[in-house]
Design a protein around this ligand. Structure first.
Ligand code: GCU
Length: 423
């Protein structure tokens, strides 16, 4: 509360003095933000130890049962196979591997995730690289035009997508989202990239669970349409997939497992945040334009609302989340609690100026309100309550930038994440 009053005070003072800086304006209709440091019994959490052992688990449990849904844990039986190696990827700058991660379900059925791992061409074969891990929207072949990358055979939405015919990718689909994955720029800076098609885990439509991991890996002993109301939705399934890929990267000889940075754009930004909150192996968590149900504060009632999410994408969150449609004030948390779950790791919130639907200011404020949790670890989070001007990254353990432009991922965004990433 004190922090909120102080932040509004700073905003007001700076509004009068700075013309270049955009200043936060909380929606007057929006209700106050719940304090992440007041625990279930109404007591104040005052140490990092209490946060780690009691409060963080309590918060994750709430997000699990009310929003993203409970997911199964690690898979008891899994296997990694190298399906393809290209030692001359990016004109010899990089090495590309296609790894098939085979997850065996209790029923005996095997579910495969096709991971593309690209690392710089090393001087020694076993050199370990920090890696950016993120799911893609378009199949691995869609992130770079190289004809050697296997074309995904999975279902893809046909509408508005160049090169997708009858919900399947064709050769014309290669590299369609290459601008969002500037591989050369990333490799040149000494990082690797791991990615998989999000549809490898679950197709993104309301019946997607039928062929995805939610029909195979049980929660409370149940799968598919028998899943309880607090069990995983599609975002939970995609996030769980990121952790299963991490299981493989953790033992992969060219990956520095202490420096795997999980990232995602839009719905996959929501996914990256949830994966990063649950799985502390991710050293940095990056949300790009994740908006409502991701980094943006729901109680601001700006841009997309919970009712929009649940109506248009009823499969994304757990069934319990539907009771909050039009009732953001009833949520037992807000999204700054999710950001706080990354502490003491790095979290990067990236917004875009022309992306009102994702409420860029609300994304920033989630970082502001998560700050007290980072302070328990003696870390500076954003270190400011002023919404920065465009193209002006700010922060420390919580970083933020407002890119000029529309809902997208650009090389500017990557440049900032790479600057922030511990090497
Ligand atoms: C829609 C949706 C957003 C989502 C976005 C995306 O706009 O309303 O919540 O982030 O799609 O994933 O592209």
């Amino acid at each position: 509360m004190v922090f909120r009053i102080l932040s509004l005070f700073f905003c007001a003072v700076l509004a009068m003095t700075l013309s270049q800086t955009t200043v936060c304006q909380e929606n007057p209709q929006a209700v106050g933000q719940p304090d992440p440091l007041i625990n279930r019994n109404g007591e104040k959490v005052t140490t990092a130890e209490q946060w780690k052992s009691q409060r963080r688990p309590e918060i994750l449990e709430l997000f699990r049962t009310q929003m993203y849904g409970m997911a199964p844990g690690r898979v008891a039986r899994s296997e990694i196979r190298i399906a393809q190696t290209d030692k001359n990827f990016l004109n010899g700058k990089a090495m590309r591997l296609q790894l098939l991660i085979k997850l065996k379900a209790p029923s005996g059925e095997v579910h495969t995730i096709d991971v593309m791992l690209v690392v710089p061409q090393g001087t020694t074969p076993d050199k370990k690289y920090p890696v950016f891990l993120g799911l893609n929207f378009c199949g691995n072949h869609g992130i770079h035009p190289d004809p050697g990358i296997p074309l995904s055979t999975k279902w893809m939405p046909s509408s508005g997508q160049k090169g997708v015919v009858n919900n399947r990718a064709t050769e014309a689909h290669r590299g369609v989202q290459a601008s969002r994955w500037p591989l050369e720029q990333i490799i040149d800076q000494g990082f690797g990239v791991a990615t998989a098609y999000y549809g490898d885990l679950e197709e993104d439509h309301k019946d997607g669970w039928k062929t995805g991991v939610r029909s195979l890996f049980p929660v409370d002993g149940k799968v598919g349409d028998q899943l309880p109301d607090h069990a995983w939705g599609a975002i939970g399934a995609w996030g769980w997939g990121l952790s299963r890929i991490m299981d493989a990267l953790e033992i992969w000889h060219t990956v520095d497992a202490k420096r795997v940075y999980v990232h995602g754009h839009s719905r996959l930004g929501k996914t990256a945040l949830w994966a990063g909150a649950c799985d502390e192996r991710f050293a940095m968590v990056i949300s790009n334009n994740s908006g409502e149900g991701g980094a943006a504060l729901a109680r601001r009632l700006k841009g997309e609302r919970t009712a929009d999410l649940n109506r248009v994408f009823p499969h994304w969150y757990c069934k319990n989340f539907h009771q909050y449609s039009g009732h953001e004030e009833k949520l037992p948390f807000d999204q700054h609690w999710l950001i706080a779950c990354m502490a003491p790791r790095l979290v990067y919130i990236a917004s875009a100026s022309d992306d009102a639907w994702a409420d860029p200011e609300g994304e920033f404020l989630a970082g502001v309100h998560a700050e007290p949790v980072f302070q328990l670890f003696h870390l500076k989070g954003l270190g400011t309550a002023l919404w920065p001007a465009v193209q002006t990254p700010v922060g420390n353990s919580i970083r933020y930038h407002l890119r000029q432009g529309k809902h997208d991922v650009t090389s500017y965004d990557w440049e900032q994440w790479m600057k922030a990433a511990p090497r």
